[in-house]
Design a protein around this ligand. Structure first.
Ligand SMILES: [Mg+2]
Length: 359
């Protein structure tokens, strides 16, 4: 049974063509049930309802300080790590990360790295890990750029349709690898509109999806092009790689994140996007399916409550918050914060140091 929420209300998904296909992710009711909290979350518009939705998703006991890492390590088979604020900060590796990853691998744990940053492809992230001296394969990396392409493949996006991209190179590279036609991206950052009598912008009627991610070349041309596609092309999907409010372009301040680009296009189209990055469970479902792993045997490790920890909780995983990124202990313990992970600790190398301290 397909969810009728606005985030997936597309003739593509509901057409007999798609419904008749045996696509594991889409034909699996569990997949839709797992997406439902996020779809409902995305569908709620008023701030009051948003707060209520947050309470429903996140009501749980206060986080416990991690005291026995071995117990946590032994209780799961897979660790999913967020990258920025957990593995690295900007271009600097966080202390003790290589040794911690080596220890987990030596215990036979599967390691997966998930990031909402869509500006790079899996291959480009692989290079970053390599530059930082970490031995991580491309198959272990899941960026939201990859998630957008994987989602379109999972719904058997028609070969004769194109994707309009509001975003950077990572999305283009992943679409290319998936064999999906696209237009837009950084090249449209140079384009301008002409405000003269009778001027109208033409758009490609074969665009069947607009994918929006963080875009430092964002401009009015892109907003208008995306708006025309979504509003005028029947069944055109509106896909967001993430809705992050802020991002860390430099370590000097917080910068407007991918949510600002998604919000602009949501404002002009009055449509809610389908989010494929965290905290949507699409990537979690994809990973569980691909590696045949049970979600209860996964621990999600991240530095953000509203993306990483919610992502883990929405997926039914154990969750560990590290304080090496954007969330401080006072933010975690603020009475207004309703998102409580199972455990928290300073940084992932505490897996080693707590153990050493107790030997
Ligand atoms: Mg992070």
């Amino acid at each position: 049974m397909l969810c009728k929420g606005p985030a997936v209300a597309s003739p593509f998904l509901n057409s007999p063509k798609f419904l008749s296909k045996k696509i594991p992710l889409i034909s699996n009711p569990a997949f839709y049930n797992s997406l439902r909290p996020v779809i409902e979350w995305n569908s709620v518009r008023s701030s009051t309802s948003r707060r209520m939705a947050s309470r429903i998703v996140t009501a749980r006991a206060s986080a416990e300080k991690l005291k026995d890492p071995d117990q946590l390590i032994d209780s799961v088979k897979t660790f999913i790590f967020d990258c920025d604020g957990v593995i690295w900060k900007g271009d600097k590796l966080i202390d003790g990360v290589p040794e911690t990853l080596d220890m987990l691998r030596s215990k036979g744990k599967r390691l997966v790295f998930v990031t909402n940053n869509s500006t790079k492809s899996r291959k480009q992230y692989g290079k970053k890990f390599e530059t930082l001296g970490l031995d991580v394969s491309e198959e272990e990396i899941f960026a939201s750029s990859f998630a957008a392409a994987a989602y379109l493949k999972s719904i058997d996006f028609p070969k004769d349709k194109k994707v309009y991209v509001v975003g950077e190179d990572g999305i283009l590279k992943e679409l290319e690898l998936a064999g999906i036609q696209y237009l837009g991206g950084p090249v449209d950052g140079e384009k301008k509109i002409e405000l003269k009598p009778g001027y109208m912008m033409e758009h490609d009627e074969n665009v069947g999806a607009v994918v929006v991610g963080f875009d430092q070349y964002f401009n009015y041309y892109k907003v208008q092009y995306a708006t025309l596609c979504i509003r005028e092309n029947p069944g055109c999907l509106f896909i967001a790689t993430n809705r992050d409010a802020v991002t860390h372009l430099t370590d000097a301040q917080e910068w407007a994140g991918g949510g600002s680009m998604v919000g602009a296009i949501g404002g002009s189209t009055q449509r809610e996007p389908l989010v494929v990055g965290k905290p949507s469970t699409f990537m979690m479902d994809y990973l569980a399916n691909k590696f045949s792993i049970s979600k209860s045997q996964i621990c999600m490790v991240g530095d953000r409550l509203d993306t990483d920890i919610l992502f883990g909780q929405n997926g039914g995983c154990k969750t560990l918050l590290v304080l090496s990124g954007v969330t401080s202990l006072s933010m975690l313990q603020n009475p207004d914060n309703l998102i409580q992970p199972d455990f928290y600790t300073n940084k992932i190398s505490d897996f080693l140091s707590i153990k050493a301290a107790t030997v």
